[in-house]
Design a protein around this ligand. Structure first.
Ligand code: SAH
Ligand code: SF4
Length: 401
């Protein structure tokens, strides 16, 4: 899909970006299959050197070739000239939720900014501690959902496989000294994973390969706004990843406004593709809905979603919207969300209401990176808000017919 097919090509690039100036050296964590082995052999080194490098990359989350002290200095220099031990040039971390949520802002080689979040869930009776990392798949996003800070940035570029994997390795490197480990990975940061499907799938493979990062496939969640070819590809590959579909509205006219990709991949077809994924993998699909006051939380919306999902292998997460500056919208009231959940449950659709984690550190999708972007002019924000109000009320009238 061309970058400008949907979304906001008119938005400015980040000030710090130096587009085009990319580091040509591939990241070690993005190398596929035997690439490293082949390179080591071609360099005249014994095969066990490749295992040593793997141990640094995967076992010790190394971010600098110079720390690979068991390798001869000449080999360290050669590896450093050919590859990057870490594709994230720098990372700054902010804490929230009393230390249970941490958010990282990563700078890429061309100055682009992406984010990832660590959410720690301490052990409870019968449940082990979980350390869930939420990662980005693109810098910016072309889909342009109007409640999303990443959507407001517009599309910048796809991440490389190593740039995706290195977000997880960074958190693993921070957790390891305390004897902790990343236990779950969710592709719910910046970007639409299935518009960068090749690299996202390669990254998920590296994260779930027992010889590399070694997570169970069921501990990886891929969230999509509904890119049908990507969902179909996952259904054919049949990994055991959890598929999360960002639904937000069952009524097509309203979903056109909330998820502009709906005009290309309509909601009924998206849900059909997700149901095929559930059938071919045996995995229940997660449906997410960001709850926006007076927009998608009405009884009619709840009934439409219940009709759409009843009888399917589905689980719905209702998430109060995190406020973002450029929208006129507010999060739904708690009683509205409870009523919405009751309607879904009455139709037999398993439903949970998710507490927002890390609001005070801007942990909602794309919000930290968006803070780094130049603020749009107040009159542009006003125009955008009026446009959204008009579009959403037209959609509500259309849906009520
Ligand atoms: N592009 C993919 C994955 C990244 S977005 C997708 O849309 O599924 C991850 C999740 O963050 C999505 O479910 C999205 O709806 C949610 N999100 C985006 N902006 C939000 C906001 N302002 N408040 C709450 N959730 C938000
Ligand atoms: Fe992109 Fe997901 Fe944000 Fe929509 S919600 S703009 S698809 S990142």
């Amino acid at each position: 899909m061309p970058d400008d097919a949907i979304g906001r090509p008119d938005l400015p690039l980040l000030v710090s970006a130096r587009p085009g100036l990319r580091d040509p050296r591939p990241g070690l964590s993005g190398l596929a299959g035997d690439e490293l082995r082949t390179w080591i052999q071609a360099a005249g080194e014994p095969a066990y050197r490749a295992r040593q490098v793997d141990d640094f990359v995967w076992g010790r989350s190394a971010s600098d070739v110079e720390t690979m002290r068991t390798l001869p200095a000449a080999l360290r220099a050669a590896i450093g000239a050919a590859f990057r031990a870490d594709t994230l040039v720098s990372t700054s971390v902010r804490e929230g939720d009393g230390g249970l949520t941490e958010k990282a802002l990563h700078v890429l080689d061309d100055g682009r900014l992406i984010e990832s979040v660590l959410m720690r869930y301490p052990a409870r009776t019968g449940q082990r501690e979980r350390n869930t990392v939420c990662i980005s798949s693109q810098a910016g996003c072309a889909v342009g959902c109007p409640f999303c800070a990443t959507g407001e940035l517009g599309f910048q570029r796809d991440l490389e496989t190593a740039e995706i994997v290195d977000q997880v390795r960074t958190w693993q490197g921070r957790l390891a000294p305390a004897g902790r480990r990343v236990s779950n990975v969710v592709f719910m940061g910046m970007g639409e994973p299935l518009l960068n499907a090749e690299r996202v799938i390669a990254a998920a493979e590296a994260l779930t390969d027992a010889q590399r990062f070694g997570l169970g496939a069921r501990h990886v969640t891929i969230s999509t706004s509904g890119v049908i070819p990507g969902i179909e590809r996952l259904a054919i590959d049949r990994p055991q990843y959890t598929l999360a579909v960002s639904l937000h509205a069952a009524r097509p006219a309203l979903r056109d406004v909330l998820v502009p990709l709906n005009r290309r991949y309509p909601v009924l077809d998206v849900v059909a593709a997700a149901s095929d994924y559930a059938r071919s993998t045996g995995r229940r699909v997660s449906y997410e809905s960001v709850m926006i006051d007076g927009i998608n939380d009405t009884p009619a919306d709840a009934e439409a979603m219940a009709r759409l999902l009843a009888g399917r292998s589905a689980h719905v997460n209702l998430i109060p919207m995190n406020p973002v500056a450029h929208t006129p919208w507010q999060p739904s009231r708690a009683d509205r969300i409870a009523g919405f959940a009751a309607t879904l449950r009455a139709a037999g659709v398993a439903t949970t209401i998710r507490r927002n984690r890390g609001i005070e550190i801007g942990a909602a999708c794309g919000q930290l990176a968006a803070e780094q972007a130049p603020a749009p002019a107040p009159d542009a924000v006003q125009r955008r808000r009026r446009h959204l109000e008009a579009e959403s009320s037209a959609a509500l009238v259309e849906a009520a017919r």
